[in-house]
Design a protein around this ligand. Structure first.
Ligand SMILES: Nc1ncnc2c1ncn2[C@@H]1O[C@H](COP(=O)(O)OP(=O)(O)OP(=O)(O)O)[C@@H](O)[C@H]1O
Length: 282
């Protein structure tokens, strides 16, 4: 995990993004710093995935810039870097990926080493250890020889996570990484993400729908609405009840958990008059 320790961060600067002639992200500024976790939250269609994909250079940038650099050091124009060089620094675990047929779990995880390989496999001496380590961290070693097409949604999600970890990048972008995961693996993935940031200095950006999960894991939260970042900051600042109510179009209350000190949110439905929350996000 040498690369990670060099502590690269990634910064989106005034990004405009769209599909065809339709602009869906407007002037987005977002900085992912080494060792820190930023959660992107917001309603469906607010532009979270598009922004994350653009930061992984998987979506064309219409205007604005993307810089990759060390804290306090010089930054590089990430949009003009060679793709292989960028892929050694930044990876994205996206929401939906086609399931490769006929490949084993180990082969899929090994695929994460692709950017580190020279033309000869021998040019990646730490590769095997990284693959084994990534499988251990995500609990998929026992599945190593199984075909990925045989796996459950949650098992597959952990295999993708292992593949992203094997890539050993300084910046890790995760689009709803706990989708399909049961409670145990959800907690384990969040613990893993936390350790990657704190112990290995990885800069993490992740999309989450659950505001309380975001408040639990992230150092900073970016609230998106209509393709614009409406607030960025620690949970107690960004998860403002008025802002959230406006953005989600439903009344949302927030409070601080007296034991953990964390922000908790509660969305209220039409039965609010009876003090009956229809949805509680804790
Ligand atoms: N492939 C596509 N072609 C055209 N428009 C798209 C495409 N993908 C997304 N969009 C549009 O871009 C906007 C932003 O979508 P995006 O997927 O980034 O939002 P999101 O916040 O990640 O949503 P969700 O929470 O539902 O995953 C939406 O209006 C969506 O309809």
């Amino acid at each position: 995990m040498n690369d990670r320790k060099t502590g690269y961060g990634l910064s989106a600067q005034d990004l405009d993004l769209g599909y065809g002639t339709r602009q869906v992200v407007h002037g987005a500024h977002l900085t992912l710093r080494p060792g820190r976790i930023v959660a992107l939250v917001g309603p469906n269609g607010s532009g979270k995935s598009t922004l994350l994909r653009a930061m992984a250079r998987l979506h064309e940038v219409d205007a604005g810039g993307l810089r990759l650099g060390k804290l306090g050091g010089e930054s590089l124009d990430a949009l003009s870097m060679k793709r292989s060089e960028f892929a050694r620094r930044v990876t994205l675990l996206s929401q939906s990926r086609p399931v490769p047929h006929g490949l084993s779990v180990r082969e899929v995880v090994e695929f994460g080493r692709h950017p580190h390989r020279g033309r000869f496999r021998s040019a990646d001496p730490s590769g095997q250890a990284m693959v084994e380590g990534a499988m251990a961290m995500t609990g998929v070693e026992a599945l190593a020889d199984r075909g990925v097409h045989e796996l459950s949604g949650g098992q597959l999600q952990r295999v993708w996570m292992a593949s992203a970890l094997a890539q050993d990048t300084s910046v890790l972008l995760l689009d709803e990484p706990t989708n399909h995961l049961d409670l145990r693996y959800k907690v384990e993935i969040f613990d893993l993400v936390h350790d990657l940031a704190r112990e290995h200095g990885v800069a993490v950006g992740l999309v989450l729908h659950d505001l309380d999960e975001a408040a639990g894991i992230a150092d900073d939260i970016a609230v998106l609405s209509g393709g614009r970042i409406m607030a960025v900051g620690p949970a107690h600042e960004a998860l403002d009840a008025q802002l959230l109510s406006r953005v989600y179009g439903i009344e949302i209350e927030t409070r601080l958990d007296p034991f953990t000190g964390r922000v908790q949110t509660r969305a209220l439905g039409r039965r609010h008059g009876n003090s009956q929350p229809i949805l509680e996000t804790i």
